[in-house]
Design a protein around this ligand. Structure first.
Ligand code: S3P
Length: 432
């Protein structure tokens, strides 16, 4: 339990946010099958990404960490003995590994914590089975734990039911060991870090993220080892940025943030809400666009977010809802039912937390209406908010606590280590 007090000043200065979580997972999962030693700099060392690292270590990869540099030597397949891998809270580990292992010579059982055991796996398992994978649920249909008996797959053409980068990535990783092409007809563009990394390793991949998310991976390319600098995570950057936007007079700079257009929704929305944004040092790192972002506070207008934009800011929605609660009018979020199957039901979690702060919120199956107001809090009483063990809810309400009229109690903040170790220290460093 953590009790947080409001901050009466502004935020100023420069802060680095940790490496991108999605890219860090992909780099460490792909390195062992890339045919040589890989070097990853700026890798995010968090509770979530360590699950992927421990998984590939269990699969035989040799990993050395030297300060900021992670070196990964290939795994040794086939593995003789059946293995169980605990994916903890990490949906990305579970889903991407499911795809990767389906085509390798291994016998792997994947499990996870209570949150992950409650999350849908059929969206990954069904198309993988279509590609020839041997996967069985060992307890409940559609949920972890599940057992994968790896074998040669045959690829295929898949139409995804969700614009999910995890499902797309699982199919592409499975496609690396298929004896046919893998074609994915998206139902919208989702983050394309797997495609970028696969292209860099020499895979024969064609993709058009802005034409509905179609991707094609041809069979038979020999992957090359890679060297990668992981840029800062825009989803983590969203928390100090939102804090700065709510505290008048704030101006903060975040260097080397991943500026991939498939992840840019948060920055587009806050600009439309009235944030002052400046981009500098624009470049490319490891195939990913990067930029230094400077943000200054200004009066906030409400947002209207719907359908196609949602995948570009899915993980930033909890903190965007906190920002909406400070805007001058009613914000409307729809087409975001996916939020209900994240690390927690984030629609319910956001609504409950904002109501504890006295904010008027209407909940819908696929979103929220949030009425912005200039004062929050429970007066002299402490606002007690449940984070549901969800890192993004914990950070969103820690940001909210900065502008509350009174103190805020969060039942669990250790979960911030899932994606942003050092989150509270980073915020404090900007308080001056
Ligand atoms: C991720 C994709 C998104 C996102 C998650 C990370 C990834 O999930 O919410 O935090 O790294 O591929 P979905 O693919 O389920 O939309």
């Amino acid at each position: 339990m953590t009790i947080l007090s409001p901050h009466r000043g502004s935020l100023q200065g420069t802060c680095r946010v940790p490496g991108d979580k999605s890219i860090s997972h992909r780099a460490v999962l792909l390195a062992p099958v890339s045919g040589g030693a890989c070097r990853i700099t700026g890798w995010l060392r968090s509770a979530d990404t360590l699950r992927s690292l421990e998984a590939v270590r269990a699969l035989g990869a040799e990993i050395h960490e030297d300060g900021q540099v992670l070196s990964v030597q290939p795994g040794r397949f086939p593995l003789k003995d059946p293995l169980t891998i605990d994916c903890g809270n990490s949906g990305t580990t579970a889903r991407l590994l499911c795809g990767l292992a389906a085509g390798l010579n291994c016998d792997l059982t994947l499990d996870g914590d209570a949150s992950l055991r409650g999350r849908p796996m059929a969206r990954v398992v069904d198309p993988l089975r279509e590609a020839g994978a041997d996967i069985t649920y060992t307890a409940y249909e559609g949920r972890l734990p599940l057992r994968i008996k790896g074998r040669t797959l045959h690829g295929g053409t898949f139409r995804l039911a969700q614009a999910s980068a995890q499902v797309k990535s699982a199919l592409l990783l499975a496609g690396l060991n298929a004896n046919g092409a893998t074609r994915i007809a998206g139902c919208g563009a989702s983050r394309d870090h797997t495609e970028i990394l696969l292209r860099a390793t020499g895979a024969r991949i064609q993709s058009a993220p802005h034409s509905g998310g179609h991707v094609q991976l041809l069979k038979g390319a020999r992957l090359q080892p890679f060297s990668l600098q992981v840029p800062g995570d825009p989803s983590s950057a969203a928390f100090p940025v939102a804090a700065a936007l709510m505290l008048p007079g704030s101006r903060i700079t975040l260097p080397e943030i991943c500026a991939n257009p498939t992840r840019a929704g948060f920055f587009q929305v806050i600009e439309a809400m009235g944030a002052g944004l400046q981009y500098g040092d624009i470049g490319i790192s490891g195939g990913e666009p990067v930029a230094t972002v400077t943000v200054s506070a200004g009066p906030l207008q409400p947002f209207a977010i719907d359908g196609a934009r949602v995948p570009t800011l899915i993980d930033e929605l909890p903190v965007l809802c906190v920002l909406a609660a400070r805007a001058d009018g009613t914000s409307r979020l729809r087409g975001a039912a996916e939020l209900r199957v994240k690390e927690s039901d984030r629609i319910a979690g956001v609504a409950a937390g904002l109501r504890k702060l006295g904010v008027t919120v209407e909940e819908y199956p696929d979103g929220l209406d949030i009425v912005g107001q200039s004062h929050w809090g429970s007066g002299n009483a402490i606002a007690r908010i449940e984070t549901l063990g969800d890192h993004r809810l914990a950070m969103a309400f820690a940001v909210a606590s900065l502008v509350s009229d009174g103190q805020t109690e969060l039942d669990d903040t250790t979960c911030v280590d899932v994606s942003f170790p050092g989150f509270f220290q980073t915020l404090d460093s900007l308080k001056g």
